[in-house]
Design a binder for this molecule. Structure first.
Ligand code: HEM
Length: 397
């Protein structure tokens, strides 16, 4: 097969809350296949559940974005790579041992006990959004009135970022994946957080960013650019993920009335339903990596320097992992999905995300027994890119 014969990497979702349909076709051909990126570059696409887990735990794969063959999804990303001198690679874009050193600085803030202590505050935020929905009356856009403000407010409080700036940073976070506006958006976010860090250096507050400044920056364990990069990564990852799972999960439940009814009848199922929705929606379709040594996997040899895409959404929807993968089933109670990734980079914020999702779904269903879409399902516009979402979700009750 020549390069141009390779199938194009499937990015577009037909249905916003289900993986790109192209994954299944490729998985049927084998757990590891070859695809080409938008610019023709060939990369490996890993779709088998076992192969996804073993590769994400394999130190022969790197997350270093500065590698020449690191997969790029749209042209603006090349500009972002070139501009990387103005900001530093942290956490998600680093490899061990540096990755572990950095991650240990923030792990305590996301530990189960710390997150448990945040739950009453999360509940208060959720209740205030429900009151706002009631006050407005249906129909409302669930994204802007509920799904987005909840994780945005929570991450602002945790980091010490002023929520008053939310429209600005939410907009830039959304645009960062836009082929035309992505570079400008990411640079605006860096500048904004650079100024915030400068302000906090002079007048400290009591958020996680203030702790990083006081403990890591002051002691020379992180430099200033790294602190700003931590802020960018945590602010984006902390809201533009959970928000999309709240809207896509609600959409999926509204489209599966029997599952929704089962959940309403027995709210103790909510924690299991959250895991199933994470699997079903598989928000992050695929993770990019580059091989730093030769690897034999799924009957193929991946060579050092080859780019890879680890298709979390394909693994979560494979028959090897669950029976009837295309069905939403809130009784599955299986927590071995890879929606939060796997291995050393497995989501730092997963305890926080679970707490937010459980409270957000539980309270929404309890508050609005007649919640329904206010437009036909096929009029709901999917967001483009590797992190799924919807532009808006009109609902009424
Ligand atoms: C339902 C919501 C979420 C989903 C589906 C999700 C998904 C993921 C995935 C797939 C990864 C792995 C990336 C990789 O291996 O390259 C990841 C990493 C990460 N996530 Fe999340 N995430 C969510 C919520 C959050 C929240 C609320 C935070 C809070 C700050 C967060 C912070 C991070 C960070 C910092 C990393 C990088 C960890 C590292 O490299 O060690 N995430 N997330």
């Amino acid at each position: 097969m020549t390069q141009t014969d390779l199938p194009e990497f499937p990015v577009t979702r037909g249905c916003p809350y289900r993986p790109p349909s192209g994954y299944q076709e490729l998985r049927e051909q084998g757990p590891v296949s070859r695809v080409r990126m938008f610019d023709g570059t060939p990369v490996w696409l890993v779709t088998g559940y076992d192969e996804v887990r073993s590769l994400l735990a394999d130190p022969r794969l790197s997350s270093d974005r500065s590698h020449d063959n690191f997969p790029i999804f749209f042209p603006a990303q090349q500009a972002i790579q070139r501009a990387r001198d103005s900001f530093a690679a942290v956490l998600i874009a680093t490899d061990p041992p540096e990755h572990g050193r950095q991650r240990r600085m923030v792990i305590p803030s996301f530990a189960v006990r710390r997150i448990a202590a945040l739950k009453p505050g999360i509940q208060r935020i959720v209740d205030s959004r429900i009151a706002a929905m009631r006050e407005h009356g249906g129909p409302v856009d669930l994204v802007r009135t509920y799904a987005l403000p909840i994780p945005s407010m929570v991450i602002c409080e945790l980091l010490g970022v002023p929520y008053a700036d939310h429209e600005f940073f939410e907009e830039q976070a959304r645009l960062r994946l836009d082929p035309e506006k992505g570079h400008e958006a990411i640079m605006k976010l860096y500048r904004y957080l650079d100024e915030l860090v400068a302000h906090k250096e002079k007048s400290p507050g009591d958020g996680l960013l203030d702790d990083l400044i006081a403990e890591q920056l002051a002691e020379g364990k992180l430099d200033r650019r790294e602190v700003v990069s931590f802020a960018v990564v945590l602010l984006i990852a902390g809201h533009d993920t959970t928000a999309n799972v709240i809207s896509l999960g609600t959409f999926a439940l509204l489209e599966n009335p029997a599952q929704l009814a089962a959940l309403r009848a027995d709210p103790s199922k909510i924690p299991d339903a959250v895991e199933e929705l994470l699997r079903y929606v598989s928000l992050v379709s695929a993770l990019p990596r580059v091989a730093v040594a030769d690897i034999e996997v799924g009957g193929e040899t991946i060579h050092a320097g080859d780019g890879l895409l680890i298709a979390l959404a394909a693994a979560n929807h494979s028959d090897e992992f669950v029976q009837r993968p295309a069905e939403l089933d809130v009784d599955r109670a299986d927590r071995h999905h890879v929606a939060f990734g796997y291995g050393v980079h497995q989501c730092l914020g997963q305890n926080l995300a679970r707490a937010e999702l459980e409270i957000a779904f539980g309270s929404l269903l309890a508050a609005f027994p007649d919640l329904r879409l206010a437009v036909p399902a096929d009029e709901v516009e999917p967001r483009s890119g590797l992190v799924a979402g919807v532009v808006d979700l009109p609902v009424t009750w």
